[in-house]
Write a protein that binds this ligand. Structure first.
Ligand SMILES: Cc1cc2nc3c(=O)[nH]c(=O)nc-3n(C[C@H](O)[C@H](O)[C@H](O)COP(=O)(O)OP(=O)(O)OC[C@H]3O[C@@H](n4cnc5c(N)ncnc54)[C@H](O)[C@@H]3O)c2cc1C
Length: 457
């Protein structure tokens, strides 16, 4: 490819975690700032985009017919300050690597999503949230600076103090303001690698929502799994798990030798034996019933590993294949507290629709940050995986309209199907974000399948 003689470029079929709309792109394995700059400047009419580990569910990390910068080609730490907890990492460093390196030093990532296989660049671009959003906010709140190659090929040093517009446009900017090359992130001190967990099994949705409103403030981490198959009086029955890191003393008292031990397990990938996927209404019903029944009605102070509490899905490498070749999508919305009834209504509609979702989680969000395109906003968030089936699009379109009417939005990092005309209403600061983006990328080099589908740029 012209102008890229020193950079390895491979044609690859890229897909999101939901595997719904793969597209082909030229993937450049740039390993230095100079090479990243060369790739950005070599972008043709289809543009260029940075990609991390491809854990976005939809098409946010794809750029069909264009160039894609491979994030994991550049990973590692360039500095660690144990006194402040500030760590500078190359953008392709994964949360998995950060945890493996930092937990033994008594530090944990400030925010972790439901998988640790996401990169620092991807965490910034989606402004990811975790089980602690209600107290710690999202990933961008903990980034103290970052370096970004913008659309002119310039390496810019961004901080919330000196360059707030560019910094916050890049946080949650879905990779469309530039390619993050590294970032300094403030890690959180921990007393041990064990989490002290309280579990409550609730009989219905009202009970779990009441418990969360009353008690989430007492916990660092909180999330509820909802049985979306249950109907009638059991509609929305849930397992609520909340906790915080155990102290060193609690960990030692439990009998562990090393309070900071961390060694996650990996099971083999599921076989591709099930052409239509493993999941159907019967298997999901059986799974949900078992999962719900096996949880204790009420348990306090159970010590769990980081892996079990934060990343149980990572135990199976490519679990997304159980949905079969048609793939699946994740629908996640956030709505203010004033829309509590809408949460009830959506759970009712989804459980009544016969859609089989085994992964549905409810969480309370704390206040959002200054990023115009960041997803989290104070109130409720509901996220669910759904296999792609006839009738689904119409149902979700209808529910999207209700989310917008309630002042809410869907999460772009997980989206693969929202109607583009709804996006400006979901993200009312879109025009402001576009103005900053246009300054950072005047030629419009940064593009993605998502940006084209939703007319973002
Ligand atoms: C099982 C599972 C659970 C999840 N749970 C959560 C959750 O709890 N909370 C949550 O917030 N998200 C969650 N996610 C979504 C995931 O955290 C985000 O999609 C995240 O952005 C993925 O990171 P990635 O490195 O894989 O990036 P990719 O998926 O490769 O890319 C995501 C976006 O980041 C951009 N990007 C990547 N690298 C860079 C870079 N260097 N510079 C600029 N832009 C870049 C891409 O262009 C794209 O727009 C989950 C995903 C999965 C599969």
């Amino acid at each position: 490819m012209s102008g890229l003689d020193d950079v390895t470029v491979e044609r690859r079929l890229l897909e999101g975690w939901g595997r719904t709309a793969p597209t082909e792109a030229d993937v450049a394995l740039a390993t230095t700032d100079g090479e990243v700059r060369d790739v950005v400047l070599a972008a043709g009419p289809r543009g260029v985009l940075a990609r991390g580990l491809g854990r976005g569910y939809g098409d946010c990390a794809q750029n069909g017919g264009g160039l894609v910068l491979d994030g994991p080609s550049r990973s590692g730490l360039t500095s660690v300050d144990l006194a402040t907890g500030e760590v500078t990492a190359l953008a392709g460093t994964s949360i998995d690597q950060l945890i493996r390196w930092l937990v033994p030093l008594g530090l944990f990532v400030p925010v972790t999503p439901g998988t640790r296989q996401v990169t620092v660049g991807g965490a910034i671009a989606s402004d990811i949230h975790g089980k602690n959003h209600h107290v710690k906010g999202s990933w961008g709140n903990h980034v103290t600076s970052m370096r970004v190659v913008d659309g002119s090929g310039e390496v810019r040093h961004l901080t919330p103090q000196d360059t707030p517009a560019e910094f916050w446009a890049t946080v949650g900017g879905m990779g469309l303001t530039g390619a993050v090359v590294d970032a300094t992130v403030r890690m959180a001190p921990i007393g041990s690698s064990l989490v002290s967990v309280d579990t409550d099994r609730t009989k219905d949705l009202d009970e779990v929502m009441a418990l969360m409103v009353e008690g989430d403030a007492n916990y660092d981490y909180s999330v509820a799994w909802i049985d979306l198959i249950a109907r009638g009086r059991s509609m929305g029955r849930s397992i609520l798990q909340r906790g915080q890191f155990a102290t060193r003393e609690q960990a030692l008292a439990s009998g562990v030798d090393d309070p900071f031990a961390y060694s996650p397990h990996q099971l083999p990938s599921p076989p591709d034996l099930f052409p239509s996927g493993l999941l159907n209404k019967l298997t999901v019903r059986a799974f949900n019933e078992l999962w719900y029944r096996k949880a204790p009605v009420r348990r306090r102070d159970e010590l769990q590993s980081i892996e079990k509490f934060f990343h149980p899905l990572d135990m199976v490498d490519t679990w997304n294949r159980i949905y079969g070749p048609r793939g699946f999508l994740q629908w996640q919305y956030a709505v203010p507290d004033s829309a509590t009834d809408l949460v009830r209504h959506t759970v009712e509609r989804l459980s009544g629709s016969g859609m089989s979702s085994f992964l549905a989680v409810l969480k309370r969000f704390g206040p959002g940050n200054d990023a115009p395109m960041s997803f989290p906003t104070s109130g409720w968030t509901l996220a669910l995986d759904i296999p792609v089936l006839p009738g689904l699009a119409r149902l979700l379109d209808e529910l999207d309209e209700q989310v917008v009417a309630a002042g809410g939005r869907v999460y772009l990092a997980k989206d693969s199907r929202v109607r583009p005309e709804l996006v400006p209403a979901m993200y009312p600061r879109l025009a402001e974000w576009r103005r900053v983006r246009d300054k950072m990328d005047p030629e419009g080099r940064f593009r993605s399948d998502l940006s084209r589908r939703l007319d973002l740029v």
